[in-house]
Design a protein. Structure first.
Length: 228
């Protein structure tokens, strides 16, 4: 019997559901849907040009990501993100990302360095062009490269479960000018340390980045709570 050899699919084509999920997630993360805003099926179907089934599946998916909350007798709304949620997310990020950056630096190769620097270039380009959605996707690629280079697949799976809420916080803090160091500069420091194979510097760069971002996010959330 002849053995059939199939070529591996490196990137599956996006389905209609994937496209709708991305659009809805981007709209929530970028603040085009405000916290507490109701997500009514009919207008969403009309805007997106899709069936209610696709919209319902998307809402369930976003609920699992923590971006949507279903309220009894009211239906789905955009979930609120409070200070305690943010604090816990940054604590988890600190544990996962410092360990990943340290291991990535210890295992760095020329191929990994090139991939990480390419991801950073995409970040810088998206930031320069003021493209929030592209910036968040480039940031995800940057971190995925770090976790893959660190060979921490399980940690990356855990990280991905928080992606929606992490992205909301990134969208709030990344371009904030009133911080010790701009987000893009933090990312550059992390990249530089990993490429140099300096595990201690990589860990310190991540610690500074997350500590700074957490302070900025807390101030933004305090101001938002005072306006409610």
């Amino acid at each position: 019997m002849t053995k059939t050899v199939l070529k591996r699919i490196e990137q599956a084509p996006a389905t209609l559901r994937d496209i709708v999920q991305r659009q809805m997630r981007d709209a929530i993360v970028e603040g085009r849907f405000e916290p507490g805003q109701r997500l009514v099926e009919r207008p969403l179907c009309e805007q997106l040009g899709v069936s209610r089934t696709v919209v319902r599946e998307t809402i369930r998916f976003l609920e699992a990501e923590g971006l949507v909350e279903v309220i009894p007798n009211k239906g789905p709304i955009v979930a609120w993100l409070n200070r305690d949620d943010a604090r816990q997310i940054y604590e988890i990020r600190m544990m996962l990302e410092t360990a990943a950056a340290e291991s990535c630096a210890q295992n760095v190769t020329k191929e990994l360095s090139d991939k990480l620097e390419s991801a950073l270039d995409s970040l810088i380009q998206a930031s320069s062009n003021n493209e929030p959605a592209a910036l968040l996707r480039a940031t995800d690629e940057f971190y995925q490269t770090i976790f893959e280079g660190a060979r921490r697949d399980i940690a990356w799976e855990v990280f991905q479960r928080l992606t929606g809420r992490i992205s909301r916080l990134r969208a709030m803090t990344f371009s904030e000018q009133n911080r010790e160091m701009l987000g893009i500069d933090h990312m550059s420091s992390i990249c530089k340390a990993i490429v140099a194979g300096d595990a201690k510097a990589a860990r310190n760069a991540v610690q500074k980045h997350i500590t700074d971002a957490a302070k900025v996010a807390d101030k933004i959330l305090v101001d938002a709570e005072e306006k409610i």
